[in-house]
Design a protein around this ligand. Structure first.
Ligand code: WQD
Length: 341
């Protein structure tokens, strides 16, 4: 079976392509290479022994999307990762985010609604909950007003899909990610942030390797046990596997609704200081950091209630925070050697 993975050379997309191939699927990757590199394709094939088909394509170009689907009429499912995802950048340049994240989604869905059957997995995010009132967060927690255009594109994307499945043959699963971290244990693929990392774990590993002076901890005056924000850090391979089981659920027509929603996290919250301590343990070295002011837009706490994914998808995150950080550290050490050449 042929599966389209948009944004498949990105962080989560590439790990999902590996898990799809491991399950015997043929993978076609579309990526515009705006936030990824073609070397990732070789990384995938070094892991699985199979090179996914690849097409460089900008999903904002409607005619290019139409042409792609004319040439690939035998696609059984689509896992849609391709999107701009920098929260801060989305505040500065909202139209870039609405054009890319919403425009691409609309053009993809317009092609899928022409098919007799279409299975669609959407990359959503726990950001749709904002600061949820109750922990752990369940899928029926209220959707709160987005604090960034990026978060808004995820909310709007979910609404578009829920409207479209009602009047088409599309079946969808919306996966609300918590905080993906780590890398494939082979260290052949991993996170490749361009420029200064916005996210905590790549900044930690780059500090660990000496690329960054020290980590700035954005505030220790939150109403949490140690004053720093709490998040649900999930190993990217666990997250990738959740996409495969969600897709298989649709392919086997086991879905009970036309658009099903699942939180994908570990169910465990970790504070920034706890992540630092865990990294120091797995790396065997002290991490230089300083406490600075809060980062605007940050919420205090978010971690998932994963009962629904555990029970309905029969999926559960396997890796601990330390295992995920170990894989992130191994990747950082490997990639610095490669980039230093
Ligand atoms: C985690 C914690 C920071 C960097 C983001 C997106 C979200 C999703 C996951 C796409 C926070 C603190 C961070 C640093 C720090 N992405 N931090 N110093 O903000 O929870 O979620 O990535 O879907 O949409 O918003 O992740 O890794 O940026 O921050 O102290 O240098 O680490 O304040 O408490 P976040 P993050």
């Amino acid at each position: 079976m042929k599966i389209l993975v948009t944004g498949g050379l990105g962080f989560i997309g590439s790990h999902t392509a590996v898990e799809l191939q491991n399950q015997g699927f043929d993978v076609v990757i579309i990526d515009d290479l705006s936030n990824s590199s073609i070397e990732v394709l070789e990384g995938i094939s070094r892991i699985t022994g199979k090179t996914p088909a690849f097409e460089k394509l900008d999903l904002r170009e409607k005619s290019a999307v139409q042409d792609f689907f004319k040439r690939h009429a035998d696609i059984s499912g689509v896992i849609h990762f391709a999107a701009s995802k920098a929260v801060g950048e989305s505040v500065e340049n909202p139209l870039l985010y609405y054009e890319n994240n919403i425009g691409s989604l609309v053009y993809l869905l317009q092609e899928l609604e022409k098919k007799n059957e279409a299975n669609f997995i959407f990359s959503s995010s726990c950001t749709v909950y904002g600061q949820a009132g109750k922990m752990p967060i369940t899928e029926d927690a209220p959707i709160q007003e987005a604090v960034s255009p990026y978060g808004n594109t995820k909310q709007i994307g979910e609404e578009i899909i829920k409207d479209v499945v009602k009047v088409s043959n599309i079946n969808a699963v919306l996966l609300r990610y918590f905080n993906p971290i780590g890398a494939h244990p082979s260290a052949e693929i991993g996170e490749l942030p361009i420029g200064v990392p916005q996210n905590l774990v790549p900044f930690i590993t780059q500090t660990g390797i000496g690329l960054r002076e020290e980590l700035s901890v954005f505030g220790d005056d939150y109403p949490t046990p140690d004053g720093t924000c709490i998040r649900d850090y999930i190993h990217v391979v666990d997250l990738a596997k959740a996409h495969v089981v969600a897709l298989q659920r649709l392919l086997q027509k086991k879905n009970t609704e036309k658009a099903e929603v699942f939180n994908v996290g570990t169910g465990k919250g970790s504070s920034v200081l706890e992540v630092i301590k865990a990294f120091e343990k797995v790396s065997g070295q002290k991490l230089p950091y300083k406490i600075v002011g809060r980062r605007s837009g940050d919420i205090t706490v978010a971690y998932a209630n994963t009962n629904k994914a555990n029970a309905v998808l029969n999926w559960k995150a396997q890796s601990t925070l330390e295992e995920a950080l170990t894989s992130a550290w191994k990747w950082e050490q490997k990639i610095r050697k490669v980039l230093a050449k």
